[in-house]
Design a protein around this ligand. Structure first.
Ligand SMILES: C[S@@+](CC[C@H](N)C(=O)[O-])C[C@H]1O[C@@H](n2cnc3c(N)ncnc32)[C@H](O)[C@@H]1O
Length: 373
């Protein structure tokens, strides 16, 4: 099979970071768009992106893009796709997707048409009128935005943020892909010291450690496309080996996490063990009010509690004030704090050296970054 086109949807604000990472993975023709990154490659590329990407939410095969103004347009566009190249005679192909600001607005109707068009094509290819769909799942995904339809085949299965280390989490855990993006913009390196004074389930510490040691986040999980007949099993083992060989055990990275809650401390230790970075992650119970560290250099990265109700908000803001006092300007130190509160800098007590807009799910946040002495 020749070159394939892929799409990696990612959190809004993370597109550039995601694109840069894919380029560093020697992937070709990488282009960042709103909410996704496009790139080209073969089955090795597909496996590499799934195993190695810290910031993509999933990897999709982008099969076609075409204008749609009617169900007939949709049927014809989908029927033209060479589904037989990817979906075997017995394999399953459920359909899901979204319609946004388009003439075709009924998701269930679009699902039915896409299913019918793909089934017709596969039936003709395999000379059968009955497709039993008992084999591995090929999730068809569609997106119709402003009358432009994209048809994708998901290769990932459970979202890429599911690394496998966080079966249990504290209240309000940060998404792994967002924590990884915070580590990236905070310039976490193999020799960094990272501190999270509100560590919860330890996501920021663990994602920072994985990045510093160059441990691919998908090394310990499987992916939907591994079960496809069309995908050679050797590419997955080769790419896992390649990722394994690139781990930097010589890195002297260390991470320190604190939380007021005993359970969070235990959880962070358990998750760090599951992620294989327990030797790098040190945790203790501590209130932010007692924050004090003597490292020469360190990157503090955190998502403090934020209140959705008035009372919670007052408590959250009280903590922002404490942080302002406990996080002084200091040579070699940086602070990256994610918050949805537009008033953060006022309460913290000084304007950020840099702000970066990121989305925590649907919540618009800013990472407030302080690094100037
Ligand atoms: C939004 S959660 C952090 C989630 C974490 N990043 C994760 O991925 O699980 C905020 C954490 O701050 C902790 N916390 C609340 N008040 C605190 C305080 N005064 N000092 C230290 N930790 C506190 C909570 O127990 C909670 O685990």
């Amino acid at each position: 099979m020749g070159k394939m086109e892929f799409a990696a949807p990612c959190l809004m604000g993370v597109e550039g970071i995601c694109a840069d990472e894919l380029k560093r993975l020697d992937i070709e023709n990488v282009r960042a768009e709103n909410g996704r990154v496009l790139f080209e490659g073969d089955f090795n590329t597909l496996a590499r992106a799934n195993i190695c990407s810290r910031y993509a939410e999933r990897i999709q095969l982008l099969l076609a893009e075409f204008p749609v103004y009617s169900f007939e347009d949709l049927f014809q566009g989908v029927n033209k796709i060479r589904w037989e190249n990817f979906i075997g005679k017995k394999e399953a192909f459920p359909v899901k997707g979204h319609c946004v600001s388009s003439k075709l607005s009924s998701v269930p109707d679009c699902q039915k048409i896409i299913k019918k068009a793909a089934a017709k094509r596969l039936g003709n290819s395999y000379h059968t009128s009955w497709l039993e769909e008992s084999g591995s799942i090929h999730q068809i995904q569609f997106l119709i935005i402003k009358d432009k339809c994209s048809i994708m085949l998901d290769t990932t299965g459970q979202g890429l943020h599911k690394r496998g280390y966080r079966a249990n989490s504290a209240a309000a855990p940060i998404k792994e892909t967002l924590a990884a993006a915070m580590a990236d913009i905070s310039r976490v390196r193999p020799f960094s010291t990272v501190i999270d004074p509100f560590c919860g389930s330890g996501t920021i510490l663990i994602e920072s450690a994985l990045k510093a040691l160059n441990i691919a986040p998908g090394l310990r999980r499987s992916f939907a496309a591994e079960k496809w007949c069309a995908s050679p099993s050797s590419v997955w083992s080769n790419e896992r080996q390649r990722a394994q060989d690139m781990i930097r055990l010589d890195a002297d990275f260390q991470a320190y996490g604190y939380d007021i809650d005993n359970e969070a401390v235990e959880l962070t230790l358990e998750n760090a063990r599951k992620a294989g970075v327990e030797k790098r992650v040190h945790v203790a119970k501590r209130d932010i009010r007692d924050f004090k560290e003597d490292f020469e250099r360190a990157a503090v990265i955190c998502n403090p509690p934020y209140g959705e109700r008035l009372l919670d908000m007052e408590q959250a803001r009280e903590l922002y004030k404490v942080m302002g006092e406990k996080f002084p300007k200091r040579e070699g130190w940086s602070y990256s704090i994610i918050s949805p509160d537009d008033n953060f800098e006022n309460i913290f007590g000084r304007p950020a050296d840099k702000r970066r807009k990121l989305y925590n799910g649907m919540i618009k946040c800013q990472v407030y970054m302080y690094f100037r002495k």
